[in-house]
Design a protein around this ligand. Sequence first.
Ligand SMILES: *Cc1c(COP(=O)(O)O)cnc(C)c1O
Length: 427
Amino acid sequence: MSLLDDRALPRQPAWTPPGETVRDVTDHLRLQEAHAAPNYAPLPVVVAEAEGAWVTDVAGQRYLDCLSAYSAVNFGHRNERIMAAARAQLERVTLISRAFGHDRFGPFCAELAELIGKQMVLPMNTGAEAVESAIKVARKWGYQVKGVPDGRATIVVAGGNFHGRTTTIISFSDDPAARAGFGPYTPGFRAVPFGDADALAEAIDDNTVAVLMEPVQGEAGVILPPPGYLARVRELCSLANVLFIADEVQSGLARTGRTLACEHFGVDADMYLLGKALSGGVLPASAVVADREILGVLRPGEHGSTFGGNPLACAVGRAVIELLRTGEYQRRASELGEHLAGELRDLIGHGVRRVRCIGLWAGVDIDDRLGTGRQVCERLLGRGVLAKDTHGSTIRLAPPLVVTRAELSWAVDALRMVLAELALRAD
Ligand SMILES: *Cc1c(COP(=O)(O)O)cnc(C)c1O
């Protein structure tokens, strides 16, 4: 029996809370459209349940999740170990202010620092907050340690970046959709093309406190750095006494086959930004990880977050760290990624122009004569595969790391059929 047959078997309709109206997909879409701010254009699917690599919609239809909430669900939906840790913590304590201590906090910080190979952890909720926190820390470090004149610090970033959605972060985005109409913008940033080390060398001056980059640009379409580039970035930062901040919110924590994507390129950043997968897919949890000489510039009262480092997030985070320590997920990402890359490369010339892969993470450039990435994703949905387009004609594949080889092959088959359909239509 093929996976598709299995998927098509009638399922128990999703559970509805007692007293709640049973709504079908159309009802849900209508509610969303009428009452949810239209900052997303979701595909017409309404998920009610999930397990492992699969989700089930309100009609009982199953889909293979090939996005994993942008890697936040690396360990699979409702991973057993993570759920056990969350449940146990729900029965104990879920929130206490950082004005007090709690018994999950110290161990979480110590274990995460050890996993990343640094001394200290600054916890917060979302990835954007991790970026904001790193910017503040780098500026403070610049004034206090490097001796940059007050208010003059600059941070160099890469073109095509994605670091989140706050007003400061979109100030150094070059994506018009992310930026336009949201000014005035925060000054203090300089952008250089990703991959151009000479441009970076040019952009760094005495007031530069940090270089902030994604080692692999996720949102841009899984863009890998050219050979030797990150080593040059590291070298330039060291020479100029500038902090190298690696935003590994999406690339980190096993997605690429290593704990950190930076490991592939033989570089160690000064500050790592983690998020997404650190949450175990349960609740927002992010962190800045660095040595004491950097994070130690923060004094009590200068920075904080009500929910950052809360007991539930720390308990879940510790379960995530435990999974990462086994190396099993990193190994799966490498092996499955190789399989996926091989299958995707077979589609080049058959509706696919280019494929970029690292670990279980692929950017697939669709031949734009066939249609848009969005159209491909809509048709994939019809075949039971959830995927997300980015920048017009690219689709990004990042299934949970618990997916099987057979499931990956099945998803690529679905893509092959979608491309064939679109090719017929385009003729
Ligand atoms: C998703 C992402 C962020 C922002 O994380 P949020 O939790 O959505 O705020 C930052 N940096 C990178 C590289 C990301 O992929």
